[in-house]
Design a protein around this ligand. Structure first.
Ligand code: GLV
Length: 310
């Protein structure tokens, strides 16, 4: 019997094991700590597995990520060659990210930080904000998650643009791409939302040079990956007023160290990498659907281009 091995620290095997078994009765579900015969393992479903840990399965057919991001897999230089890698595409992740992005774009748009500061000082003073249609929001990354968030931001009426690596059009959005598109995209963006994968091309992209190309007082939301951002540059840009605020869900080092000045910066909102989390029920359904596609020789949803890094 073919087997699937599961590894994740944050995702509970007690929930995922039964959810996967109910979807795929012809595959034996095994926890990483109780692996059985390595030769039977055809699938692995993992989040941040031990480095070099996947090389020991000689009959591996598919590597499935428990997260939308696959940087946790591609950092492994010994990742078995020729085995397809797929990212997680499922409802809880997509809806979770759209809720997070919408929540924080609205908080920035409506200047909620200023209202909260006024409340602390018992100040009764209206804070005026422009119409959503006059607010320029810029999305860096327009994949599964970015495109879903974009639909909701468009429905709220925001003036939306996207920046992507390769050209990518979406109705209602002004699209920019590549090195040449970055400058004009940044010049028109008041609220910048980073939803890119971490690749060798995007590491440290949220840095001083980029912030300087935004209009003064723009704001940043990063719920992509911590490796995209240079935290010292974010702090400096907040200090100079180039950035007016930042919402960060991801960090250069996670958990965010207790001595990071970001923790109690008055213009920074922090969440512990929980913008979007997969859950066993919807996640197992999506994994099972992909394994069935694989068995039928159909294209996989979320297949990763290893060279591009996502
Ligand atoms: C979370 O960070 C994910 O990749 O899904």
């Amino acid at each position: 019997m073919a087997a699937l091995i599961f590894y994740s620290k944050p995702d509970p095997w007690e929930e995922w094991g039964p959810a996967l078994a109910a979807e795929l009765p012809h595959i034996e579900m095994r926890d990483w700590d109780d692996p059985g015969d390595d030769g039977q393992v055809e699938y692995v479903l993992v989040w941040q597995p031990p480095r070099d840990g996947l090389g020991r399965f000689p009959n591996l057919k598919c590597i499935l990520s428990l997260g939308a991001g696959v940087d946790h897999l591609l950092v492994d230089t010994d990742l078995p060659d020729g085995v397809p890698v797929v990212r997680m595409v499922e409802e809880a992740l997509t809806v979770g990210m759209t809720e997070f992005v919408t929540l924080h774009v609205l908080r920035h748009h409506r200047r909620q930080l200023d209202l909260e500061a006024q409340q602390r000082d018992k100040v009764w003073k209206a804070v005026l904000t422009p119409l959503a249609s006059e607010r320029k929001v810029g999305l860096m990354g327009l994949g599964e998650l970015g495109a879903d968030a974009a639909r909701v931001l468009l429905a709220l009426g925001f003036d939306l643009a996207s920046w992507t690596r390769a050209p990518k059009d979406m109705a209602g959005i002004e699209s920019f791409h590549g090195v040449d598109g970055l400058g004009p995209f940044l010049a028109r963006t008041e609220i910048l939302v980073a939803l890119m994968p971490a690749t060798h091309e995007t590491t440290g992209i949220l840095n001083k040079d980029l912030f300087d190309r935004l209009p003064k007082g723009a704001s940043l939301i990063n719920s992509g990956r911590g490796g995209l951002q240079v935290e010292a540059d974010i702090l400096a840009a907040l200090e100079s007023g180039q950035l007016s605020q930042a919402t960060l869900d991801v960090f250069e080092t996670e958990p965010l160290p207790a001595d990071s000045p970001l923790w109690d910066h008055p213009r920074v909102t922090i969440s512990p990498h929980n913008a979007a989390l997969t859950i066993a029920r919807t996640g197992a359904e999506a994994v099972a659907a992909n394994i069935r596609r694989f068995e039928a020789g159909e294209p996989l949803r979320g297949l990763v281009d290893r060279d591009a890094g996502y």
